[in-house]
Design a protein around this ligand. Structure first.
Ligand SMILES: *Cc1c(COP(=O)(O)O)cnc(C)c1O
Length: 458
């Protein structure tokens, strides 16, 4: 008999969680104005809100924390981190920051000015925010395939090279750099192929532009390159990472994702001029160059986390779990962005709750139903998150309406996946009875989904 697949770790420490009653959840959710961000975490049984900073560290990471050097300047933990980053990426200049958006803030303060145009595959929301806050423009050159949730192609996160080249032809003088997000979070955690990264490099060289990788899930991207791009099937994850980053000039990193730590980020680059420029903003915004927003112990844990998470078995364990949940949804016929990506399942709420009008936010209604069903917290990545058009103030219904279920790294077992799937199936089985969504009672002008207050309809 062929042995089944199993995790490449065993569990040494546990944190109790508790299932609540439906009555409790109904009250808590009403008190939270039907916004799942407003729930206290102990009101949640299985938390799929985000995979950011929610993973479990290894015994080696906890041990490394005890060796952290908290010196203000020249900390040994910084140099350990720098050496690890250089070994994995080839970038010799490293600037630590307290998280990914801080890396964007420091680097873009140097590189982006008003009127600039920054093309990429799909900008993550904080990336777009840091570009638009500088009165510059983020241009998404997403492949059209990403819009069709049922289309199975291996690299739905790719940059559309024709759109990219058209953008550079038209506005080349206004483009400070090209940014490629690996994996493409906004398109559903979808990977970018090495072939596509090479194509981006060719175009960048032709127009004399630099390439930056927004690298939060670079290790997951390398796993997909290894398993889906035949040229790389016999290469190690670390070799693939080196090759990916050889095609970039710099990176921003949210270490809360593939760094396997709860907080942290960094900038890394091969160019002295980028390093010198960013340095000037690092000190006032984040702190001195050898800690910038991070404790010595946290840099020590990050160095170990980066090393562990660029090993095949670790990535296979993680992505196997996401695929395990996706297979269950296939069994039940529940539609999601296909093929499943690296860190989450994006349930196609528009298709599930097809009787709920767009104007009543179907994905938010689905998130509410799933929470009430079993205490599982997902996240609306849809029309609420899309905010209003800044000029017309109309809601933007042009994109997808997803319920995102993120899977934390090394945190839940496949039994928890079974609970998530069964809860979603129960909601799915009564989808035709759900005809109404929610209306907005109060909203902020920007990034409204975090604090919005809602009223259920019907
Ligand atoms: C999370 C994330 C960021 C921002 O990082 P934070 O650590 O949350 O500040 C930027 N880009 C991508 C692709 C991300 O997933």
């Amino acid at each position: 008999m062929k042995l089944p697949f199993a995790e490449c770790w065993k569990i040494k420490m546990v944190e109790p969680i508790r299932m609540s009653t439906r009555e409790e959840r109904e009250k808590w959710l009403a008190d939270a104005h039907y916004n799942l961000f407003m729930l206290r975490s102990d009101m949640v049984y299985i938390d799929c809100l985000t995979d950011s900073g929610t993973g479990a560290m290894s015994d080696r990471q906890w041990a490394a924390m005890m060796t952290g050097d908290e010196s203000y300047a020249g900390a040994r933990s910084f140099y350990e981190l720098k050496d690890t980053i250089e070994r994995i990426t080839g970038f010799q200049y490293v600037i630590p920051t307290h998280q990914g958006r801080a890396a964007e803030n420091v680097l873009f303060s140097h590189l982006v000015k008003a009127g600039d145009i920054v093309p990429g595959n799909s900008h993550f929301d904080t990336t777009k925010g840091h570009i638009e806050a500088r009165k510059a423009f983020a241009v998404d050159c997403t492949v059209d395939e990403a819009k069709d949730t049922q289309l199975e192609v291996p690299f739905k996160g790719n940059v559309d090279l024709e759109k990219l080249e058209a953008c550079l032809k038209e506005n080349g003088d206004k483009v400070p750099f090209i940014i490629v997000t690996i994996t493409n979070n906004t398109a559903g955690g979808q990977p970018v192929s090495m072939e596509n990264l090479r194509g981006v490099r060719r175009i960048a060289d032709k127009y004399g532009k630099r390439v930056i990788f927004d690298s939060a899930r670079f290790a997951e991207n390398a796993y997909f390159i290894k398993t889906r791009e035949p040229e790389f099937k016999d290469r190690t994850i670390k070799e693939i990472c080196r090759e990916m980053f050889s095609l970039a000039d710099a990176m921003t990193m949210s270490s809360k994702k593939d760094g396997l730590v709860n907080m942290g980020g960094f900038i890394a680059t091969r160019w002295e001029d980028i390093y010198e420029g960013a340095k000037k903003y690092e000190i006032p915004f984040e702190g001195f160059l050898t800690y910038g927003g991070m404790n010595g112990r946290d840099m020590a844990a990050l160095a170990v986390g980066l090393d562990e998470n660029t090993e095949f078995d670790m990535l296979r364990t993680r992505i196997h779990q996401v695929e395990y949940l996706a297979k269950k949804l296939d069994e039940y016929g529940i539609p999601y962005q296909r093929p499943v990506g690296g860190h989450a399942i994006f349930v196609d709420a528009d298709r599930v709750l097809d009787r709920v009008p767009k104007e009543e936010f179907p994905a938010q209604r689905l998130a509410i139903e799933l929470y009430l069903e079993a205490g599982v917290r997902g996240c609306e990545i849809g029309y609420l998150l899309a905010d209003r058009d800044p000029i017309t103030r109309e809601n933007r219904f042009g994109g997808n309406d997803f319920l995102r279920l993120c899977i934390c790294r090394r945190t839940y077992t496949d039994n928890h996946m079974d609970v998530i799937a069964a809860a979603l199936k129960n909601v799915y089985d009564r989808r035709h009875e759900i005809t109404r969504g929610v209306e907005i009672a109060w909203e902020a002008e920007l990034m409204r989904h975090f604090t919005v207050q809602l009223k259920p309809l019907g």
